[in-house]
Design a protein around this ligand. Structure first.
Ligand SMILES: [Zn+2]
Ligand SMILES: [Zn+2]
Length: 378
């Protein structure tokens, strides 16, 4: 089959690779209909993840059609249209039983970051095998392990271009708002107007936040925020962000601040980072009201320098984080999509055949031509 492979720093290519096969009773094979870029892929693409090996298949946000099921799969049948969550989780270990699928002990095997971070979290499609990753969705076919846990049927009313956002981007936003405990009347600030930032803002509005403010420096993305999310845009370069956020929150600061800006632009080497990492995070901690909550979203987040820990203790802040989390929210998000309450397809600003994967990622990485997300069709 054809697949978009990582070939080395900054190099992607569509290659012939072996078709995936069922390896365990709970596996299934999905023929991919749509796959999508994500900011969490960028450190890998840039060659900052030394565990990556040439030829590995990228992509952790995809949907497709079931073409083969293992004998242990109960919830899926041939020809079902399914969206697959980014995390690979077993559904049965201690963490999965607590509902912490993204922390699964069995879906992973990648211990590369263990000396610095502790035990590894759940595996992920399109990540290096040495980091516990699985072949990704930028391909004609993909093997889905623990299929009953990680794949969800797509309602007929939801088309592919909308539903592909239910794999990771929409659950990330929804989960971010849940981690923040956003309640009716809250003021919420979100850093980053990419797909996850916009979907976080929309989720905060849906949960009844009184004001939701999205901070970014790209006019085209902020225009989208104003048009589609019900949130207020705030241009990072043209105003004093901290003063403006205080002003818009009764002088206190936002109740919940979400860093959805993605991995820093130029970390030296994952999982450590250069001195420019964590700008949004430091600002979020600074802006957050005393006793408020700061949420950090995103895969590919490295170490950050100069984290203002004193502000966390002095101001009594709660700091929470999540990456490829919230798969349990996928069915509810698909239902919201079916009812037209959650609209995402405008975030797929670019649609390309998989053969043009390198171009699709270049547009996405450079935010060129107004690119928010590129969606590929194999
Ligand atoms: Zn993602
Ligand atoms: Zn598990």
């Amino acid at each position: 089959m054809r697949a978009l492979c990582w070939e080395g720093a900054g190099a992607l290519a569509v290659r012939e690779v072996p078709d995936p096969e069922l390896r365990n009773a709970h596996d299934m094979i999905v023929r991919v209909r749509r796959s999508m870029t994500c900011g969490g892929d960028l450190p890998l693409l840039a060659g900052r993840v030394p565990e990556a090996a040439a030829g590995e298949v990228l992509g952790h946000e995809f949907l497709g059609e079931v073409v083969e099921v293992g004998p242990g799969v109960r919830r899926h049948r041939l020809a079902d249209r399914v969206v697959v969550g980014a995390a690979v989780a077993c559904g049965a270990c201690w963490f999965c039983r607590q509902g912490l699928l993204a922390c699964c002990d069995n879906g992973t095997g990648g211990a590369a970051a263990e000396p610095e971070w502790g035990p590894p979290a759940a595996g992920c499609y399109g990540r290096p095998t040495r980091l516990g990753g699985f072949a990704g969705g930028h391909a004609e076919y993909v093997r889905v392990p623990y299929a009953d846990v990680g794949a969800y049927p797509v309602p007929e009313e939801v088309d592919d271009d909308r539903a592909v956002f239910a794999a990771d981007a929409a659950p990330a936003g929804w989960h971010g708002v849940e981690l923040g405990g956003v309640a009716p009347g809250d003021v919420v600030a979100v850093w980053g107007a990419g797909a996850v930032g916009q979907l976080t803002a929309g989720a905060a509005v849906a949960r009844g936040a009184a004001r939701v403010i999205v901070v970014d420096e790209h006019d085209d993305r902020l225009d989208m925020v104003a048009r589609h999310t019900g949130a207020e845009p705030l241009h990072h370069r043209s105003v004093d962000v901290l003063a403006e956020l205080r002003e818009r929150s009764g002088g206190r600061g936002p109740d919940v601040c979400v860093d959805a800006a993605g991995p820093p632009s130029a970390p030296a080497r994952w999982p450590t980072a250069g001195p420019d990492g964590g700008v949004a995070l430091r600002e979020a901690v600074h802006a957050c009201r005393k006793g408020g909550t700061v949420v950090v979203l995103g895969g590919g987040t490295p170490f950050v320098d100069r984290f203002p820990l004193g502000a966390v203790t002095d101001k009594g802040l709660t700091v929470r984080g999540g990456s490829r989390a919230g798969p349990d929210a996928i069915p509810a998000l698909l239902d919201r999509m079916a009812r037209g309450e959650l609209v995402t397809e405008h975030l797929a600003t670019h649609r390309l055949p998989l053969d043009r994967g390198a171009l699709g990622y270049a547009l996405f990485r450079d935010r060129a031509d107004g690119c928010v997300r590129t969606v590929f069709t194999p």
